[in-house]
Structures are given as C-alpha cells and as structure tokens.
Design a protein around this ligand. Structure first.
Ligand SMILES: NC(=O)c1ccc[n+]([C@@H]2O[C@H](COP(=O)([O-])OP(=O)(O)OC[C@H]3O[C@@H](n4cnc5c(N)ncnc54)[C@H](OP(=O)(O)O)[C@@H]3O)[C@@H](O)[C@H]2O)c1
Length: 330
C-alpha cells in the first residue's frame, strides 16, 4: 500500500466534555496473548500510514516499546504529526501506588512527551501475570475500596497538572463505583472504557455515563473472537454469528464485524476494534463514514442484547469473593 487508503479527515470525531476531539474509531492493540509485539507494532504502522489516528495502548499489553519505535519513525518521516495522533495508555493494577512512574514508563516506551489519554485500567490494584490461566488468583487481591481508588485517582490528576497527559479516564467501572468516587474528584474522568458489543450493550451504565458527561469507549466491539482462553465460557454469545447482525451485514454487503463497529459509532460510543488484517482494520475505519444503519436496523440491534459479558475478570477476584459477578456489583 503506497498511497493512503483512507483520508483521516473523513473519520468523524467525538467531542469530550472538555472540548477535546477524538476520532470515533481507534485501533486496539491487545494481541490477546498470542500475537507478537512486533506484529502488533507492524499493524499500528500500517494502520497509521493508511488513515488511523487513534491508537488504544496499555502497559500490560507488553508491546508499547515496539509501538513506540513505529510512532517515532512515522513522526520523523512526516507521515503524521504528534498533534494529529490520539494515543491512549493505561496504568496496570500493580502500579496504583506509583502512577507517575507507570506513566513515565509508558511515555518512555511509546517515545512520546505526553499522552492524549491515560486510564486506570481496572478499579482495583489486583494484579495477575500476563498470560495466566482463568483459575489463577493472587492472594493479595482486595475488593474495590473508594478511598484506595481516590488515592490512585489523585495521582492521575497530578499527571494532568504536570502536563504528562492531556486527559484522564477510567475503565471497567460500575455505577456503584462511580457513585462512591465521582463527587470526590477534582478532575472528572472524560471517558470510561468498558466492554460493549451488540450482545452486551450495558444500556444502564451507558446512560449514566452520558448523563454525567463521561464519554463511553467500547472495547471488544466485535465480541473479541480471539480473546484468551481464560476469558471464554461455553455460554458466551458470538456477536458476528447472531442472525440479526448477519442479515444486516448481507444488506450492506459487509462482514458482520463491520456492522458491530458501525452500530457502536451510531449509538455514540468511541470504538476500538483490533485487527492485524489490513482489509479488516480498514473496513472498520471506513465504516465510520461509508454507510448508515437506518432507524429500524438500529432498533432491531437493541434486541440482540443478551447480557453476554466476555471479559469477566475472574482472575482479579479476592479471597472470599463468590464469583466474577462480585467484580461488577451485580
Ligand atoms: N480497557 C480494557 O480493560 C480492555 C479490555 C479488552 C480490550 N481492550 C481494548 O479493546 C481492543 C479491542 O478488543 P479485542 O481486541 O479484544 O476484540 P475485538 O476488537 O472485539 O475483536 C478483534 C477480533 O475481531 C476480528 N476482526 C476485526 N475486524 C474485523 C473485520 N472487519 N472483519 C472480520 N473480523 C474482524 C479480528 O480478527 P483479524 O485480526 O483476523 O481481523 C480479531 O480477531 C483491544 O485490542 C484493546 O485495545 C481494553
């Protein structure tokens, strides 16, 4: 691919509560424990060369160093300016007491002077080793504690004051956890990153976020078909195999995955699908402007909802917790 495939100016932006503009489609970078850091970085390079401007990173994905090499190269070559990019990273659970150190490490690895967005990846300090299996538990794990979370959040606020990050946000929060913390924050989260796909729409939390001026970012928008084994159970729904999604995809002559992405954008969440396949990741970006779902299609996709949470987070459970539902305040 020598010429740019998609003009990034065609991709709509979403306005955050503070006026910052974020491209509504970003590229995920979690290689699901089986795609190498080099392959993910190569994908980021191809994606930016062909129109992506928003990349969703995290320290725990263990590929920020490789992505940093690519970002530096593309900026030096003049393919893109730093200002044109929206780069997100996240503090991992074992660094909640050392947020500034974690942020500086991500900046160093990504070869950047600031991040556009920095998130608290999970609202508890419960660490599990990357690549662990689903039964693995850390005996140090603890339930959510608002006071401890606010200690981490205050460190996030300091990063904004120091100019290391432009925006801060949360991830994997619940209404109960927001209710216990939002009023104590000096800087409120501009976004909450959370699992959203047609089979798991999280309507109540979505509405709560909108009413609090917090922009939802939806992860696993396609239902993460290649997620790690620890995150799979026999009851999980498969979005891209749902008859309603398949029928709408046939009408628009696109892959069902593209309908999941388009539904996300039209509903109003920022979406961050991952793919290493250029045809697929470009189809996801193109979906942001190339066609529309009509009202009937948007309405019928509401009925695909079946409360199928995929990233249950059971590896973060603490001693005495009954099941993964406890993490989500059910
Ligand atoms: N904040 C958090 O706690 C959290 C948790 C999970 C994920 N995330 C973020 O969200 C991102 C996305 O989630 P995810 O990677 O788990 O899952 P996903 O984006 O729902 O699904 C990715 C899968 O969909 C396939 N795919 C993508 N576009 C396609 C298309 N147009 N046609 C056909 N297949 C397509 C990909 O296969 P091919 O490569 O073959 O195209 C890949 O297997 C992650 O990469 C990560 O950045 C954040």
């Amino acid at each position: 691919m020598n010429t740019i495939a998609i003009d990034p100016r065609k991709v709509p932006s979403v306005s955050l509560s503070n006026g910052n503009q974020v491209p509504c489609v970003g590229l995920g970078t979690f290689g699901s424990d089986h795609i190498s850091p080099e392959k993910v970085a190569e994908t980021v390079e191809l994606a930016i060369r062909n129109g992506y401007r928003h990349i969703d990173c995290a320290a725990v994905y263990q590929n920020e160093k490789e992505i940093g090499v690519v970002l530096e190269k593309l900026i030096q070559e003049g393919v893109v300016t730093r200002d044109e990019l929206w780069i997100t990273s996240k503090v991992w659970n074992d660094m909640h007491d050392n947020v500034q150190e974690a942020c500086r490490q991500s900046l160093h690895d990504l070869r950047l002077e600031y991040l556009d967005l920095y998130l608290v990846h999970w609202p508890f300090p419960n660490y599990h080793a990357p690549g662990c299996d689903g039964d693995s538990r850390n005996p140090q794990s603890k339930p959510f504690c608002a006071k401890r979370f606010m200690n981490t959040w205050r460190q996030m606020e300091l990063l904004v004051e120091k100019g290391l990050v432009r925006n801060i946000g949360t991830s994997n929060m619940t209404i109960k956890k927001f209710d216990a913390t939002l009023n104590h924050m000096q800087i409120r989260p501009v976004v909450n990153e959370m699992e959203i796909h047609p089979c798991f729409q999280q309507e109540e939390l979505f509405k709560y976020l909108i009413s609090n001026n917090i922009q939802p970012i939806g992860f696993c928008p396609i239902g993460s078909p290649q997620r790690p084994e620890r995150d799979k159970t026999p009851d999980d729904a498969i979005d891209t195999e749902h008859p309603i999604i398949i029928e709408i995809a046939k009408k628009h002559n696109v892959h069902p995955a593209v309908i999941c992405v388009k539904w996300a954008i039209q509903r109003g969440q920022i979406t961050i699908p991952f793919s290493t396949n250029p045809r697929n990741f470009l189809a996801n970006l193109e979906a942001s402007f190339a066609f529309e779902l009509n009202n009937d299609e948007m309405e019928i996709i509401k009925t695909v909802e079946c409360n199928s949470r995929l990233i249950k987070g059971q590896v973060f459970l603490w001693e005495g917790a009954q099941s993964w539902e406890d993490l989500w305040d059910y």
